[in-house]
Design a protein around this ligand. Structure first.
Ligand code: DUC
Ligand code: ZN
Ligand code: ZN
Ligand code: ZN
Length: 478
């Protein structure tokens, strides 16, 4: 047993001085002031620290095969790095083979993830449509604890789905009580712009951003919101990076649509100046989709997060080292897309969010943990400090500072997009299911200690019939 004593417990709803007793079964046994130390329990002094639910990163790609490479952080190194930064759970993406079985892919990802040091769940990507996909979605929801599916509106010729697949998949997910995640970029427009830029000899990484302008994201966001609206289905848009998409979500929500938005720590603090350099490698290291944006979009993203238009923060953690990035030396479309972030998300959000007054500490908990747990059916087991919840805690030092660098980070990748940034607010200790996994700079992550988190849907039938009735007859919800 582990008794966390003398801290201030902060959840999305409350803030109070309290001790937290973590049981040997990995659940929280008691929360309250002046808790007795049970015989044999280890005591961790949380004086001066904030005790918060461990972070949940709802968007990672550990050891993902992508663009001819495999992401360099695997489920062990990536989740271990997350623990060093206060993140105790991830939801990663299962990507089936082209035309392949969703269940086979889910099994393959389960097996890769057995080495994880922290808990994990899966979204499963739908990249084509046929009867088997429809049946397997049902099996994943019923038998395998998968309650969210992913769709790429970009990556033409690879992962991209058209509006027909979106219509069918959103309808099927809705019927099952599951939630669809959408990568919203118009893949046809991107493919055309890429070809045009290459034809003009513009082969460098700056063309990556030029081929994916904000309009391309805004259009796709609006289109999928319309498709979801036809069904009355909820929809979750991943890595919102523009004012355009943020506005589309805000307007849909104002109309009463259940549209959720996620923003990446990277997009909140880094702008498109990273592509305006003669340093090819530095620029290529920032190639991710969506790309980094002009400054005013960052302000819109912060406003979206503060106002509740965007509910979650993630990283799209997807690491490629120099050798992989160099595959695109003569053609920006061959630079594997992705940036690291899992280790630094919480500190970046605290420093740029809480310390600037954009977020309260409770809102910080909501956007780094609780909202994700609620939206993705992990609550109240995750995202909450209460008796019976998993003892996933971060003991946060709001005044501790560190300078982010690839030289000291734990991510298995040779650069850091936040290199040189000094952040105040850091994970002093991280506890995963009652076990201290990070303590004062000592990473004690255990290979294989992470568990698969089943995320069952709630009452799917009741939800679907209520929402569908509302979509068909607006008067029903008046
Ligand atoms: N974007 C990235 O940058 N990497 C992984 C997949 C994605 O959509
Ligand atoms: Zn099965
Ligand atoms: Zn994406
Ligand atoms: Zn992604």
């Amino acid at each position: 047993m582990l008794l966390v004593r003398g801290g201030t417990v902060i959840t999305a709803d409350s803030s109070q001085p309290a001790d937290v007793l973590c049981g040997d079964d990995g659940a929280i046994l008691a929360v309250g002031s002046g808790l007795e130390r049970p015989t044999g329990a280890q005591v961790l002094d949380a004086g001066g620290l904030l005790v918060m639910p461990g972070g949940i990163d709802p968007h990672t790609h550990m050891e993902m095969p992508f663009m001819g490479e495999v992401a360099s952080d695997d489920f062990f190194t990536g989740t271990a790095a997350g623990l060093a930064g206060g993140t105790t759970s991830i939801i990663d993406f299962v990507i089936p083979e082209q035309g392949g079985s969703l269940i086979d892919a889910w099994r393959a990802w389960r097996s890769k993830a057995e080495k994880a040091a922290a808990d994990y769940g899966f979204h499963v990507a739908v990249t084509h449509w046929d009867e088997r996909v429809s049946e397997e979605m049902g099996e994943l929801v019923r038998d395998h604890g998968v309650s969210s599916f992913k769709h790429f509106m970009a990556y033409k010729g690879a992962l991209m789905v058209d509006d027909g697949v979106l219509m069918r998949s959103l309808a099927r997910a809705f019927e099952l009580g599951a939630l669809c995640n959408i990568h919203a970029e118009n893949g046809e427009a991107v493919a055309w712009l890429q070809a045009d830029l290459l034809a003009h000899g513009l082969t460098g990484p700056a063309s990556h951003a030029a081929s994916r302008p904000p309009l391309v994201e805004g259009e796709a966001a609006q289109r999928v919101i319309a498709i979801a609206g036809v069904h009355g289905a909820p929809v979750y848009i991943v890595h919102v990076s523009t004012e355009d998409a943020t506005r589309a979500i805000a307007e849909a929500r104002a109309r009463g649509q259940r549209v959720y938005g996620e923003v990446l720590a990277q997009h909140l603090v880094i702008d498109d100046s990273v592509y305006k350099t003669d340093d090819w490698l530095s620029s290529a290291r920032h190639v991710m989709s969506p790309p980094f944006r002009p400054r005013h979009h960052l302000d819109a993203l912060w406003a979206g997060l503060a106002s509740g238009t965007l509910q979650t923060t993630a990283t799209d953690h997807c690491c490629f080292c120099e050798g992989a990035k160099r595959k695109g030396e003569n053609d920006f479309t061959k630079i594997p897309n992705g940036t690291p972030g899992i280790e630094d998300r919480m500190s970046v959000l605290w420093d740029h969010g809480v310390r600037t007054g954009r977020l309260t500490p409770q809102e910080f908990v909501a956007v780094t943990s609780t909202n994700t747990a609620r939206i993705f059916n992990m609550h109240p087991r995750k995202g909450l400090i209460a008796v019976g919840a998993d003892a996933d805690l971060v003991l946060w030092d709001p005044e501790g500072s560190r300078t982010i660098s690839a030289a000291t980070h734990h991510q298995n990748v040779d650069y850091n997009v936040f290199e040189g940034m000094t952040v105040t607010g850091l994970a002093r200790h991280t506890i995963t299911r009652g076990v201290l996994a990070w303590s004062d700079g000592d990473l004690r992550a255990v290979r294989g200690a992470g568990r698969y988190v089943e995320r069952p849907c709630g009452n799917a039938d009741m939800m679907a019939s209520t929402l569908r009735a509302a979509a068909r007859d607006p008067l029903v919800v008046a």
